[in-house]
Write a protein that binds this ligand. Structure first.
Ligand code: AMP
Length: 459
């Protein structure tokens, strides 16, 4: 998960990065950071907490300069400490660099062991530190050559933004697993961000997505203007992550030319075709199931109602570590509108089912509110495998669909029935013009890594 942003050639680079990170807060709430270059040095501020809590007016005086890169962290690899916040800054032979990374490197441990063998010391458990070391240890003469050297040695999912004192480099892995878009700022500068929703807030015009396997280099021209050049480092083999569309990205973002809200609606329509339920009303699990539930309601011809209210002052339930607290948090977060539900046959739609905690609580909540029947529908296929490419999924034993059939899970969660979207249905919804990363559903670890262990070939 995580969000990255890079701004180049703008007077207000760090403020623009700040607003972009604010727009992408949903991609990570653990820590946030911005580094900015004024041409002579790179300054960095990073802390644990939310974007609005970390930065103030004074921060932007420290973060002066026309190039800024930033990061929101949601830990998937590494630990929960301020040292693990990004960007990662370093001084090395050629000067100063700062790196922000979204994704997960699957050969992280192997590379790290080799580096340690050669005398490298690490401050964190993050794969991003590998990247800094590989650049610093490369024998190539220029930074761009060192980056190309480094990129040959890493595997997995990555969107990288690398800042030197004068340039900015942006790289997306050859599968384009995580999203990354390029935009133009009103003052002539450029912005690169994980999600296009960030562009709206800063008034940037969407230009295009960064291509899988592409490196874009931003630099200053002699006349004071800025320019960028593109190089295809690897042949593109696009497989954007299906889970970005299903759950993770904001509905107003467009990823690789496809609007997230539209895709969720489509998933709901497909689900209605594959797994219709005879019901009086269709409710979403707010907010994650809203668009899919609208599609489902349309598909089965039942009334769509916002029958469950969400308390927005509670964070996402996944963030809490213990099962006991997770259970309580679902109740703190969601509350039913009884008079809409009483005596009704209800279809309740969520975007995904992971451990089954949310579904169990919600079915109970609806039954307590007087629902006659509760039919749970999930607008995604069964999650049977942990993601190794940057989505925070638990171990395989915790994934309820890895061990139980939909009928068994329906019993466990107390629903009259449970239906999932099939993998084929998901492909229909997302569009059959390309492949997708479906690893959580089909266990195809095409970019390295495997289900059993974080340590088998990386993390
Ligand atoms: P669970 O309660 O464990 O079955 O998780 C399912 C709920 O968590 C659904 O409401 C999803 O919207 C949400 N969810 C799915 N994947 C993630 C994730 N990687 N991080 C946080 N929440 C998630």
């Amino acid at each position: 998960m995580c969000a990255v942003v890079g701004v180049y050639g703008s007077e207000n680079a760090s403020k623009i990065a700040y607003y972009a990170l604010f727009a992408m807060q949903h991609r990570g709430q653990e820590s946030s950071g911005i580094s900015a270059s004024n041409g002579e040095e790179i300054n960095l501020i990073k802390k644990r907490g939310l974007v609005t809590d970390i930065f103030n007016e004074e921060s932007f005086e420290v973060l002066a300069g026309k190039c800024a890169i930033g990061h929101n962290r949601y830990s998937t690899a590494g630990k929960d400490s301020v040292l693990d916040a990004q960007p990662v800054f370093a001084r090395y032979k050629l000067g100063e660099i700062s790196v922000a990374h979204n994704g997960n490197l699957t050969n992280k441990l192997k590379v790290r062991e080799e580096l340690i063998e050669r005398g490298a010391i690490f401050q964190t458990y993050m794969d991003t530190e590998n990247i800094v070391h590989l650049i610093a240890k490369s024998q190539a003469g220029s930074l761009v050559d060192r980056i190309e050297d480094m990129i040959q040695k890493i595997e997995g999912a990555y969107c990288l933004i690398i800042q030197s004192r004068s340039k900015m480099f942006v790289i997306r892995d050859r599968f384009g697993i995580r999203p990354l878009s390029l935009g133009k700022l009103p003052d002539g500068g450029y912005i690169v961000a994980s999600e296009s929703c960030a562009f709206e807030l800063v008034g940037a015009e969407f230009m295009r997505d960064v291509n899988p396997g592409e490196m874009i280099t931003f630099e200053n021209c002699n006349d004071g203007s800025v320019t960028y050049s593109s190089k295809q480092l690897f042949e593109a083999d696009p497989r954007p992550c299906a889970f970005e569309y299903i759950y993770f990205a904001r509905p107003d973002s467009n990823i690789d030319g496809k609007n997230v809200y539209q895709k969720r609606l489509q998933c709901g329509l497909e689900l209605a075709k594959e797994s219709p339920a005879e019901v009086d009303i269709v409710l979403p699990v707010p907010d994650s199931g809203v668009a899919a539930a609208m599609g489902y309601a349309k598909g089965v011809g039942a009334e769509f109602l916002m029958g469950i209210v969400r308390n927005h002052y509670v964070g996402r339930t996944f963030i809490e570590p213990t099962q006991q607290i997770r259970d309580l948090k679902v109740k703190m977060k969601l509350s039913p509108i009884k008079h809409l539900i009483e005596g009704k046959r209800v279809a309740i739609i969520d975007d995904s089912l992971v451990r089954g905690t949310t579904s169990r609580q919600i079915v109970r909540m609806l039954k307590d509110a007087g629902a006659k029947e509760v039919h749970m529908r999930i607008a995604a296929p069964e999650i049977k495998y942990p993601c190794r490419y940057g989505i925070d999924t638990p171990t395989q034993t915790e994934l309820i669909s890895a061990s139980f059939t939909p009928e068994e899970i329906a019993k466990k969660i107390g629903a009259e029935s449970l239906g999932f979207l099939s993998i084929e249905g998901l492909k229909n919804a997302l569009g059959r013009d390309r492949e997708y990363s479906l690893v959580s559903f089909d266990g195809n670890y095409f970019a390295g890594g495997c289900a059993e262990s974080l340590n088998c070939s990386g993390a």
